[in-house]
Design a protein around this ligand. Structure first.
Ligand SMILES: Cc1cc2nc3c(=O)[nH]c(=O)nc-3n(C[C@H](O)[C@H](O)[C@H](O)COP(=O)(O)OP(=O)(O)OC[C@H]3O[C@@H](n4cnc5c(N)ncnc54)[C@H](O)[C@@H]3O)c2cc1C
Length: 372
């Protein structure tokens, strides 16, 4: 009998579960919270990314581009609300124009061929409320209802016989003969270890800690970066938009001094009728579950008023914060453990991890199937 465990019940853990359920006799998804998907997966911008930002050949580029297609098809066939509304990445100032050229070239290198550089007149026709010099139109970007997506993954996993065990924290993992002995804590009480043959680490911001439980030689260090958002209601004509609006990409500095690159501050068109403005970053959150919003409406406004001038401070309301699990290498780690190859790591799954989740599930399935 072959038994497997997935540590972490977010989008990645659940997507992997739906993909590998038939490869094993018994599969457990173990989640420390009382409900699935309470952390990164329910605190994202819900954007279906197209894959144009990431270095060609990187895991982020590969899994995001594949994930965009899988997720769109999944939402369509399973009636998960979504829209491929598209997005504009805008240059409001001359010094932002080279970023658009760079991204257009990167999109081409990544095989996202429908991206187009458009001038201010065309932007005006598409989005009359936007002011800019030029923009990159990305039609395959979209938005989904992430709660409905997680719920659908949960239903599929249950139908496939996966045991979804919430309120259960994995506290230790030891190699015992050819298996892993996984110790858990429930309501503060340690449980008898469960023996498994295959283990998947999908623990989000704690994936570095779980990786060390498996093999103390693992030294990935996740740096938690808090992304905060506000929202407004497009209740005046001049606040309406039909697609996501992104400023040129940003560079940030991680606590270890390394530089990271990310999408610019953006307005995200939501399926519930709101528009969010996100993210403003806090690179030194109190801990990995610090969800306090520390930036003011004025600070959010400053970031977008250059290209979206009619929004006022009083239109903005606090929305939410989420923690991105950043690695200084800037890419996803999706690989078997170097010492114990029956354990598979998903570490540093920051944005576009939601978009990529189904692709990561299929990628891990191929890896596990090959090793069986
Ligand atoms: C602010 C923000 C905006 C984002 N925007 C986007 C976006 O627009 N588009 C996009 O594609 N991606 C976006 N992302 C990224 C995306 O949300 C994540 O990459 C994705 O949700 C990661 O899923 P996950 O399952 O790896 O992590 P999580 O959803 O965090 O799940 C990990 C789970 O593991 C559990 N866990 C941890 N340790 C243990 C343990 N020891 N025992 C048991 N359980 C444990 C946790 O409780 C958690 O539920 C955003 C992220 C943030 C924070």
């Amino acid at each position: 009998m072959r038994r497997a465990i997935i540590v972490g019940g977010g989008a990645v853990g659940l997507a992997v579960a739906t993909e590998i359920a038939d490869l094993v006799d018994e599969l457990y998804v173990v989640e420390k919270e009382k409900r699935l998907g309470e952390h990164g997966s329910s605190r994202s911008s819900e954007v279906i990314h197209s894959g144009i930002y990431y270095k060609p050949g990187s895991q982020k580029a590969i899994q995001c581009i594949a994930g965009n297609a899988f997720l769109s098809e999944f939402c369509k066939s399973r009636s998960v609300p979504y829209s491929l509304c598209g997005k504009l990445i805008v240059a409001a100032k001359t010094d932002e124009l080279p970023a658009l050229d760079f991204l257009e070239e990167r999109a081409r290198q990544n095989g996202v061929f429908d991206v187009r550089l458009i001038d201010a007149d065309e932007v005006k026709r598409m989005e009359p409320n936007v002011r800019c010099l030029a923009a990159l139109h990305v039609p395959t970007s979209g938005v989904l209802d992430s709660a409905a997506y997680l719920h659908t993954l949960k239903i599929i996993a249950e139908r496939k016989g996966v045991h979804l065990v919430c309120g259960t924290e994995v506290t230790a993992i030891k190699r015992r003969n050819e298996q892993f002995a996984v110790t858990t804590k429930v309501n503060g009480e340690m449980q008898e270890p469960i023996l498994v043959d295959i283990l998947v680490n999908a623990a989000g911001v704690y994936a570095d800690k779980v990786a060390q439980m498996i093999n103390p030689e693992n030294n990935w260090k996740i740096q938690p970066i808090k992304g905060e958002s506000m929202y407004f209601h497009p209740n005046r004509e001049e606040l309406q938009t039909g697609r996501h609006l992104y400023s040129a990409p940003l560079t940030y500095t991680l606590p270890d001094g390394s530089k990271g690159h990310t999408t610019g501050v953006h307005t995200t068109w939501k399926l519930d009728g709101r528009i969010t403005v996100t993210p403003l970053y806090d690179t030194h959150p109190k801990d990995k579950e610090d969800y306090e919003i520390t930036h003011s409406p004025r600070e959010f406004l400053q970031e977008i008023t250059g290209f979206f001038p009619h929004l006022k401070e009083e239109d903005l309301h606090p929305d939410q914060a989420g923690i991105q699990p950043k690695l200084s290498r800037g890419d996803f780690v999706i690989e078997p453990d170097k010492e114990y190859p029956d354990a598979y790591h998903c570490v540093g799954i920051d944005s576009p991890g939601l978009t990529a989740s189904l692709a990561i599930g299929k990628y891990l399935r191929r890896m596990i199937e090959k090793d069986l």
